[in-house]
Unconditional design. Structure first.
Length: 579
């Protein structure tokens, strides 16, 4: 049955892909070129409509430049004589002799075949010029400008009027000769700085050709939009000329866009089709077979994933790609897998907590049994001495020794209970903002007696910082650090407590003047019951730094110890209060 389904899907998929390839080939062969040309012409028409609105707002030249940038369309507005309106970036002004009118602005885009710096620099303000024009309906249209040293000419008009290529259709035009002085030149400093569209020579050639056509004998102004194509360097261009009439004057909008040479590309495609369709047919057969096998993939995936779930592996989920029965089955299996994984995860967490508590209890019992041996031995010895009446004159001394051991044992048990609580993983301190400076000063006052006993100097270099944490526990950390510093600072030396802030955290450091820590001691100084010094009456319980470590880890704080130039520095950092 499975083979039959696979075979049916194989045939259906092969036919489907083959039909799709056939449609693509026919479409590209017969319709793509016409579709491309139609779309380009429609885009050109749309650009002309956009140009009219943008030109009224931003100016003709700015609107033309924006359309070229966005749509690769050359476009400009011409007056009724075929000249570009409002040329602002490439012209000269001439004061005519024996003429009452003011300066005459002459656009220069129509006089040169290319914009070279030599031609531009040859015309300067103050030069005497002779201007040849054709006159039509009282309008002077310059086609040649000469100075004493050089000259420029509009060959499109000049060749129609003079020389071997003179056209009789232009013999009716009246010509004029004017003399004057150049009063102003507006040229770009470099060729690449010429504003759009005066830097597009082929587009300007089309403008000049259109202007010449308007000057021909019996030429009539356009009444309707004209569309035609030209070819230059094997590239085709679509050109549309649309007559417009604004404020009682006529004019035209001329737009041009490039048509990529699709004919050659389509010819190459037709030669390529036999190879393409041969390879495509082979791919279709392979893909059809793969696709038919793919239909069975969801069931294979279900079998594989459920096997992993049976082996307690929940790392992979079934992909749900459909809303049918197979998709629903995959979704249900994923939900079941997630629920089982959640329950097992909770069970593992409970077991880990239980193991941690058991480990804490064992460490507590081992530590207590180890640490209580010495005080119990001292108490037993003192009681034996007192009971036997030995050295009765030192009776008070033995009682004092027993009292000190009892106090020490009491402190040891309290610290052990606190350490077990902090290390159990179940204790969560309540965090709140507090002033760090206040906590440090309180810790210093609580140890004033021990500081004075060793004639130590406590230097506080504090900066007001408001941090986030448990005020009481952080105070205990500072007290433990300070107590440790007092024990390891030589008589008459100094202890320095410093607070620094960096905008995000505040660092507290307690530095003492004394012996450096050996590398082994530096690594083990945070361990329970580890003491650097020998056991003396003034030695600690060996739990102060271990308790400080657990408190700082409950705060997720960065902490550490390092040797300084004249002693040892313990430090930690807390986050500042937000806002």
């Amino acid at each position: 049955m499975k083979k039959s389904i696979v075979f049916k899907w194989f045939v259906l998929t092969a036919l489907l892909f083959s039909a799709l390839l056939l449609v693509i080939g026919v479409t590209q062969n017969y319709f793509f070129e016409q579709y491309y040309l139609h779309k380009k012409a429609a885009a050109l028409q749309l650009a002309m409509e956009e140009y009219s609105g943008k030109a009224a707002q931003a100016g003709a030249e700015a609107a033309a430049a924006e359309l070229y940038k966005n749509s690769r369309v050359w476009i400009t507005e011409l007056d009724e004589y075929g000249r570009i309106r409002d040329v602002e970036h490439y012209y000269i002004e001439v004061s005519l002799k024996n003429e009452a009118q003011g300066n005459w602005r002459i656009p220069m885009y129509s006089f040169t075949g290319e914009f070279s710096s030599a031609v531009l620099s040859s015309l300067k303000a103050g030069d005497e010029v002779v201007i040849d024009t054709v006159n039509r309906a009282g309008e002077k249209i310059p086609y040649q400008i000469q100075t004493a040293s050089t000259g420029v000419v509009n060959l499109n008009i000049a060749n129609k009027l003079h020389g071997p290529q003179a056209d009789p259709a232009y013999s009716h035009l009246e010509t004029g000769l004017y003399r004057g002085t150049i009063t102003k030149t507006v040229f770009p400093e470099r060729g690449e700085d010429i504003a759009f569209p005066y830097n597009e020579q082929y587009f300007l050639d089309q403008v000049k050709e259109f202007q010449v056509g308007l000057l021909a004998d019996k030429a009539q102004p356009l009444q309707h939009t004209e569309e035609y194509r030209t070819t230059e360097n094997l590239a085709q261009y679509e050109i549309i000329v649309k007559p417009v009439r604004e404020n009682g004057t006529g004019g035209y909008i001329l737009a041009m866009t490039s048509l990529q040479p699709v004919d050659e590309a389509i010819a190459v495609l037709r030669q390529f089709y036999p190879y393409f369709f041969g390879l495509a047919l082979l791919c279709v057969l392979v893909l059809a077979f793969v696709f038919s096998r793919w239909l069975a993939k969801p069931l294979l995936a279900v079998n594989r994933i459920t096997g992993k779930i049976a082996g307690m592996d929940f790392t992979e989920k079934l992909p749900v790609r459909s809303q049918d029965e197979i998709g629903q089955l995959s979704r249900n299996i994923n939900e079941l897998s997630g629920q089982i994984e959640t329950y097992i995860g909770r069970l593992k967490q409970d077991l880990d907590k239980e193991k941690q508590l058991e480990k804490t209890r064992r460490e507590f019992i081992a530590g207590v049994s180890h640490e209580l041996k010495t005080p119990l031995a001292v108490l037993k010895s003192c009681l034996s001495i007192l009971k036997d009446g030995i050295a009765s004159e030192k009776r008070d001394h033995y009682f004092q020794a027993m009292e000190e051991e009892i106090q020490r044992t009491d402190l040891l048990v309290v610290n052990m209970l606190d350490l077990a609580k902090f290390a159990s993983g179940t204790y969560k301190p309540e965090m709140a903002p507090f002033e760090l400076e206040q906590v440090i000063r309180e810790a210093g006052r609580s140890l004033t007696g021990a500081i004075e006993e060793k004639n130590l100097t406590l230097c506080l270099r504090l900066a007001p910082q408001r941090v986030l944490g448990h005020k009481g526990l952080i105070g205990r950390v500072i007290t433990n650090f300070l107590s440790n510093a007092i024990r390891h600072t030589e008589n008459g030396r100094a202890i320095i407590i410093t607070v620094r802030g960096n905008g995000q955290t505040a660092e507290v450091s307690v530095s003492n003047q004394g012996k450096h820590l050996a590398e082994e001691d530096r690594k083990r100084v945070w361990d329970q019951f580890y003491r650097v010094e020998a056991r003396t009456a003034k030695a600690g319980t060996g739990l102060g730094l271990a308790i400080a470590k657990e408190i700082l880890e409950l705060h997720h704080a960065v902490y550490g110890v390092e040797n300084t130039g004249d002693g040892v520095r313990f430090f930690f950092a807390l986050p500042l209060e937000l806002g």
